[in-house]
Ligand binder design. Structure first.
Ligand code: OAD
Length: 255
């Protein structure tokens, strides 16, 4: 805890952000939790609690039981559609508007950052609104009825099954997006790490890269995580409560 309390700690972080030429934020499922989207590892109601993640989020799992995997993602499409961005998403969009050189990197596959007003978000783990053929890889646009259908569509080019365009277990991240994320972290003077357990690599490496390159790393999370030991400052709280205060302070400093 900062000697001047949570507000004092946020003031110091706001000052660092306002002075920085470049800053970056890495978000995880915790940022969307306050919009009613469960996190992955919440023991009671987390997204992986009822299923083996390898069965739901892998190409093999999709081949073994395409309808089950498809319906699981279809339910997530519906849940995201029904959800609204929360004050944490809105605060990050405000920070991006107020600060020069602020990059938002997310592990989330929802579009709540964009719907809150953030532009050019680096979606390391893909997006729920993107689809491609499981066999030939051709990107495919699906209309809402196809996205919400009980079974996956079929590729017009090769008759393969259409899969969600998210990164599954055992798959590599998009090389261009990863390079962009690494460059942003290596240039940043301040990095916010918000709502992620830091358990999934290589995304969890980004705060380490930033720290080694000299950034001040700030964790915003109600709990300790794998990344806590790497953070220069930890703010224990919910992103929807902490980030709006930070955005208010930054806006006052840069206006
Ligand atoms: P996790 O479910 O692993 O972690 C969520 C984190 O959010 C935890 O550290 C919680 O303490 C924190 N949290 C919960 N509520 C919060 C709140 N209101 N404000 C701030 N933090 C809060 O989710 P991720 O770290 O995002 O990958 O998981 C990383 C990746 O693992 C996901 O992108 C997904 C999964 O496997 C793929 O699908 C490829």
């Amino acid at each position: 805890m900062h000697p001047a309390g949570p507000e004092g700690a946020l003031m110091v972080i706001a000052r660092r952000l306002a002075r920085a030429d470049a800053s970056v934020c890495l978000t995880g499922a915790g940022v969307s939790a306050e919009s009613g989207i469960p996190t992955f590892r919440d023991a009671a109601k987390g997204l992986w609690s009822r299923f083996d993640p390898e069965q739901l989020a892998s190409a093999d799992g999709f081949r073994n039981n395409p309808d089950l995997v498809w319906r699981w993602y279809r339910d997530r499409v519906k849940a995201v559609q029904d959800a609204q961005p929360n004050p944490g998403h809105v605060a990050l969009a405000r920070l991006a508007r107020s600060l020069d050189g602020f990059t938002t990197i997310t592990q989330n596959v929802d579009d709540l950052h964009e719907r809150a007003g953030s532009a050019d978000v680096v979606h390391l783990h893909g997006r729920l609104t993107a689809y491609r053929c499981l066999e030939c890889g051709t990107p495919v646009q699906l209309d809402l009825a196809q996205r919400l259908a009980a079974e996956p569509s079929v590729c017009a080019a090769c008759a393969g099954l259409i899969r969600p365009g998210v990164v599954w277990f055992g798959e590599l991240l998009d090389g261009g997006l990863w390079q962009r994320a690494c460059a942003a972290c290596q240039q940043a003077q301040v990095m916010l790490v918000v709502g992620t357990s830091g358990l999934v690599w290589p995304a969890a490496e980004l705060p380490l890269l930033a720290r080694r390159a000299g950034a001040h790393v700030v964790e915003v999370n109600p709990e300790d995580t794998e990344l806590t030991g790497w953070a220069d400052t930890c703010v224990r709280g919910r992103s929807g409560e902490v980030l709006p205060v930070l955005a208010d302070q930054v806006e006052r400093m840069v206006s």
